[in-house]
Design a protein around this ligand. Structure first.
Ligand code: NAD
Length: 356
């Protein structure tokens, strides 16, 4: 497909191709939409099978960031960058060269960590531009986002409980968590502290052992996660797990967890969940704590403030689910509409001229 047709399809503002042969840098920066603020999104490094795959990925991911920031109520647009190449071949010079390209955008695009990029890589970018987040906590950065992400998920779960049972109270409710890594472990802690009954599924026996030792609870094997007679299923591992194979097994009335891309197909699987009266908290709404955390870094980071802002995910999840009920659509579609309506409303604002 012609590149400009592809841009039109995703409705992008700007895409920048960056090349510095001296350090083997080939990168693409996609600025999807800046109606609400600068386009923030991480830089992913991957050895893409083809340049067309890299273009597709950066266009898709940057648009996703626009929606995530908009629903979360942040003054941010959506952007993303990809560096095409084998992550084992990265170097200081490569990330500094990339930082210089980010700098040319003058703050229209702000970068962060993503798949195969690290705090050190962000440090190298920072040597060339201030338009970067995600540096080490010791250097004024926001540090590990997982406790903030999990705090947002915890409040999203409370919102789902309120919509489903009339009370957000977690005490005595059963929550099963798939994936007790960074986000899942913190979520287990918050739920345990609030009096929930817990069960876990993970492919790592070591992680399961650690979480059971810390918070008690049951271990689930194989498909027992999907079949659990629980109040909440909280997917916190991998994407695509809600699909035509797993949906018939579901018995819990709520799906609310931190993993990205939980629905294998947003429309098809979202509709199947709605038909079964399952309240699904759209992943990009409930897991926005990570983005909220780096956003706070732009304003002078404070973990307490980031946690407070992540707790607002309670209201956002409730609003998205209630809107879906009123408009007779799925929660995933309702979240997209909340984002689109906010962007359109702000975009329409008049510019007023003031004498300088
Ligand atoms: P992680 O790698 O620390 O934890 C993932 C856990 O899932 C691990 O314990 C792993 O063993 C387990 N796992 C992997 N495959 C599994 C499977 N098939 N079944 C059961 N368990 C499995 O990752 P994380 O940082 O906790 O992130 C988890 C998810 O949340 C990812 O989808 C990530 O994109 C998303 N997310 C994370 C953040 C964050 O702040 N870390 C923010 C937003 C979204």
């Amino acid at each position: 497909m012609n590149l400009f047709e592809q841009l039109a399809g995703y409705d992008h503002e700007q895409v920048v191709f960056c090349r510095d042969e001296s350090v083997g840098l080939k990168a693409i920066i996609a600025v999807h939409n800046t109606s609400l603020g600068p386009a923030l999104g991480g830089t992913r490094m991957l050895d893409y099978p083809s340049e067309a795959d890299a273009v597709r990925d950066v266009l898709r991911l940057s648009r996703g960031m626009t929606y995530k920031a908009a629903v979360a109520g942040l003054d941010l647009g959506g952007g993303k960058a990809v560096i095409i190449g084998d992550p084992s071949l990265k170097s200081e010079a490569m990330f500094r060269a990339f930082g210089r390209f980010v700098d040319t955008l003058g703050g229209r695009y702000i970068t962060a960590e993503d798949m195969n990029t690290t705090v050190e890589d962000m440090g190298n970018i920072r040597r060339e531009t201030r338009w970067v987040t995600g540096s080490e906590a010791a250097h004024g950065g926001s540090g590990d986002p997982s406790p903030v992400t999990a705090w947002g998920v915890f409040h999203g779960i409370r919102a789902c409980l309120e919509v489903t049972y009339g009370s957000p109270d977690v005490a005595g409710r059963t929550v099963v968590i798939q994936g007790v890594g960074n986000v899942g472990w913190w979520l287990a802690k918050y739920l345990h502290d609030a009096g929930a009954k817990l069960a876990y599924a993970d492919v790592s026996a070591k992680r399961l052992g650690k979480v059971v030792e810390a918070f008690g609870g049951q271990v689930l094997e194989g498909d027992d996660f999907y079949k659990a007679e629980a109040d909440v299923l909280a997917p916190c591992a991998i994407g695509g797990i809600i699909n035509p194979r797993t949906i018939p097994m579901l018995r819990a009335p709520i799906i609310a967890g931190g993993a990205n891309n939980q629905l294998d197909d947003e429309r098809r699987d979202g509709e199947a969940l709605a038909q079964r009266n399952i309240n699904y908290a759209p992943d990009y709404v409930i897991n926005a704590g990570g983005l909220i955390n780096v956003y706070s870094e732009l304003k002078g980071y404070g973990r307490d403030k980031a946690m407070q802002d992540a707790a607002n995910i309670f209201d956002t999840v409730k609003r998205v689910i209630n809107k879906a009920k009123v408009e007779g659509t799925t929660t995933a579609m309702s979240a997209n509409r909340v984002a689109e309506e906010r962007i359109a409303a702000v975009h329409r604002l008049k510019r007023v001229w003031l004498p300088s």
